[in-house]
Design a protein around this ligand. Structure first.
Ligand code: F6P
Length: 547
């Protein structure tokens, strides 16, 4: 039996539980068991995870844990943490966890302890950040830096951006960090026009140093610096780069002393813990960056050591599989009730969809069961006045993660009470719903006629029985956000193991890049005969307006 067929068998073991529970309403499960909330709540690493509002009972939960166990999770986790070549299509180890290992630890890759290299780089980050903050590093006219333009895209952008945003209260210097990702020049030109070249530092982040958007934006920033009066020899004072492709970076003109290394055993979407996190350290200070790493490490230890039934990434992972493979849920929504965490859904979107959006298994077989869901979301309470309608009454079930820091970083108690009330009430409304009868009675009590009430009740009824996890964080500290990111990384890993996919490659993004180059040649006037008639028409239309 191939591995994919085996994983299908493992998934099939859930069927009797699904058949038993598919028509059971969660509010009846709550009514029957007063201890339900307690039974399905776990605490670890500063989190409280209440997963009681899910369509599970004890034997379904146990079956889900067994599924994780039968998929070889323990062995695969060990392999990941110890540098096994688990990214088989690229023949690479997957060691983002080594980036947050304390100094005295050892993780060997080809006989080399990578933790030593990691800490050498951390020392380089610390020294650089201290020099910038103290004003020891200066721009080409001798002025201290006031702004940083961080250029990168995907994993070389999302992590640093959302963490810097999330930890705004921890900003330690007057340095302003601006992130630029899109090749749409509206972005970089809008940013640069507010800045003074003499006091602007550029940090270019690209693991591969081949990403078109990042290279173009870096060239534009370099041209801007020169156009503002800097000499070519001044570039080294203003341009830093993070890359694993040292030769390409030097070829591009980056001073070798200004290159922060990263390694091929760190995937782009898992890289914020490496020097890719340099903009975070510049904004928040090195000590806060170190705390983020410590939080990630704490979650690593929890994931490796907690029993499956108490293991947060495992619980969240298997619940996702339950809905994707049994209930046919196509999507999963992330709802941070925190303005500062507003970017988190976009971060997890790349993490999850680039990792598990796969249809070939680890043994090269096509997969005929569902794998990674569509990840989306947005900050609460804003979403309640927009897309929650579909979550409550649409005819598709979307499991949700409600995420909220319990203690805020402000002192507006009433605001925070209202935020929390909305968060908790949404989980209740999704779970409990409201039957036609309940709606009817309320309408009649309000004075509607029996006929009017009956007509309106069919529209106002709420099915309920819609699953959600509530993930409470003690507060939004550097350590806690490090643990939050690592929690989702490991959740995605657990699901990848169960689905038997390689969660660490991303071949699906390649064809678009290649075709993008061909279309660009056509736009620039070269004769290209491989374009279909629609694409050719779009190129011709574009060329008739822009030359
Ligand atoms: O195109 C996808 C991707 O390769 C992501 O996996 C990665 O995070 C992003 O592009 C940026 O890549 P790089 O850091 O090599 O510029």
């Amino acid at each position: 039996m191939n591995q994919s067929a085996m994983n299908q068998d493992i998934l099939d073991s859930l069927k009797p539980h699904f058949e038993r529970l598919q028509n059971v309403h969660m509010k009846d499960l709550f009514a029957k068991d007063k201890a339900r909330a307690k039974t399905y709540t776990r605490k670890a690493c500063g989190f409280t995870l209440d997963f009681s509002k899910n369509n599970i009972d004890e034997s379904a939960f146990n079956a889900l844990l067994e599924l994780a166990n039968d998929s070889g999770l323990a062995e695969k986790t060990k392999s990941m943490f110890t540098g096994g070549i688990i990214n088989t299509t690229e023949q690479r180890a997957v060691l983002h966890t080594a980036l947050r290992q304390p100094k005295h630890k050892s993780v060997l890759v080809d006989g080399v302890n990578v933790v030593d290299e990691v800490h050498e780089t951390l020392f380089k980050i610390k020294s650089f950040v201290d020099e910038v903050h103290s004003g020891q590093r200066k721009g080409y006219t001798g002025k201290v830096f006031t702004d940083v333009v961080a250029i990168g895209i995907g994993g070389s952008f999302l992590g640093p951006k959302i963490i810097t945003e999330a930890l705004k209260p921890y900003k330690v210097s007057s340095l302003n960090v601006h992130f630029v990702a899109n090749v749409d020049a509206h972005h970089i030109t809008d940013v640069l026009k507010k800045l003074n070249a003499e006091t602007t530092l550029v940090v270019m982040s690209s693991k591969s140093f081949t990403t078109q958007e990042t290279l173009k934006n870096t060239e534009t920033a370099r041209d801007w610096l020169l156009a503002q009066g800097a000499e070519f020899s001044d570039i080294s004072k203003h341009f830093m780069c993070v890359s694993s492709n040292i030769s390409k970076a030097t070829e591009f003109g980056i001073d070798p002393d200004n290159i922060f290394p990263m390694w091929d055993w760190v995937g782009g979407r898992y890289s914020l813990w490496s020097a890719i996190g340099l903009p975070i350290a510049l904004a928040l200070g090195y000590d806060n960056f170190a705390e983020i790493l410590a939080g990630g490490h704490e979650m690593d230890v929890h994931f490796q050591t907690a029993p499956l039934q108490d293991n947060l990434p495992v619980i969240m992972g298997v619940l996702g599989v339950w809905y994707r493979n049994m209930f046919g849920s196509q999507a999963h929504v992330l709802l941070p009730y925190s303005h500062y965490l507003r970017g988190f859904p976009a971060y997890v979107q790349q993490l999850d969809m680039e990792s598990n959006g796969k249809s070939t298994d680890m043994d090269n077989n096509p997969i005929d069961y569902a794998t990674g869901p569509i990840i989306w979301g947005g900050e609460g309470t804003n979403g309640q006045h927009a897309f929650h309608q579909l979550m409550h009454q649409g005819n598709t079930v979307i499991p949700a993660d409600f995420i909220m820091p319990i203690v805020p970083n402000h002192s507006e108690v009433e605001h925070h009470q209202m935020l929390a009330a909305n968060c908790f009430a949404q989980t209740q409304a999704l779970m409990q719903g409201e039957t036609i009868n309940e709606v009817n009675q309320k309408l009649i009590a309000k004075g509607f006629s029996v006929e009017e009430a009956a007509t309106l009740a069919v529209h106002k009824r709420m099915p309920g029985n819609r699953p959600s996890n509530t993930l409470l964080m003690e507060s939004l500290t550097p350590k806690q956000i490090g643990a939050l990111v690592a929690l989702y990384e490991h959740k995605v890993f657990v699901q990848g193991v169960i689905w038997n996919v390689n969660s660490f490659d991303q071949w699906g993004v390649e064809l678009g890049k290649v075709l993008g180059d061909t279309v660009l040649s056509a736009i620039k006037g070269e004769t290209v005969d491989s374009l279909d008639s629609s694409t050719q028409q779009l190129v011709d239309l574009f060329k008739s307006h822009v030359n």
